[in-house]
Design a protein around this ligand. Structure first.
Ligand SMILES: Cc1cc2nc3c(=O)[nH]c(=O)nc-3n(C[C@H](O)[C@H](O)[C@H](O)COP(=O)(O)O)c2cc1C
Length: 175
């Protein structure tokens, strides 16, 4: 027998990412996202779905650049802070204590406490319900040397959206 379900339950857990956008010398911001996936290997494209009302959506629309920062599990409190507050009202670098560092090619900063980085240029934007889908070309990708050389073991942040954001709370993920 098959019964109707809240379909998203079967798509969790998802990895959590911190996207940085804006300009390190001006206004920059951090948004927590999980709706993020690779879509093409050649050219290297990734897709990120960002709420149309998010401040980050406006920043990425205007700069056409963003960075996917890969956070370790330990940064979950900062991920939640960035997912519950808007850069239109707070400075998330200041409030979380996360450290901005210059990126290689994109004007937004990277987050020093993260372990890997994908600097992206927006190649396509698609209206997708309450989100705007940004397809970005990865123009630079780099990571913590110890992690790449397998001298450092990192557990990544993953799970579901907190109930406050998505209405339904699913199982906690244990790893
Ligand atoms: C774990 C987690 C995952 C999230 N994933 C997404 C996502 O994929 N897309 C999105 O638009 N918002 C997502 N959010 C919500 C945004 O981070 C949130 O709306 C944020 O306050 C927007 O910030 P901004 O206004 O500074 O851009 C997520 C939040 C959390 C805590």
């Amino acid at each position: 027998m098959k019964i109707d379900v809240e379909y998203l339950e079967f798509m969790w857990p998802m990895r959590h990412f911190l996207i940085t956008c804006g300009n390190i010398e001006g206004k920059s911001n951090i948004i927590a996202i999980s709706f993020c996936m690779p879509v093409s290997k050649e050219p290297p494209l990734v897709a990120c779905a960002i709420g149309k009302k998010a401040y980050s959506c406006k920043l990425i629309e205007s700069t056409k650049e963003f960075i996917i920062n890969v956070p370790p599990k330990e940064l979950k409190p900062q991920i939640y802070y960035c997912g519950f507050h808007s850069g239109s009202q707070v400075d998330k670098f200041k409030e979380t204590g996360l450290t901005p560092q210059p990126a290689r090619k994109v004007k937004a900063p990277i987050i020093d406490e993260c372990v890997a980085y994908m600097e992206c240029k927006v190649r396509q934007e698609i209206e997708a319900g309450d989100k705007r889908l940004f397809i970005g070309e990865v123009i630079e990708a780099y990571a913590d040397k110890a992690l790449v050389k397998r001298e450092r073991n990192v557990k990544y942040a993953k799970g579901d959206f907190p109930k406050k954001i998505y209405g339904t709370r699913f199982r906690e993920v244990q790893d």
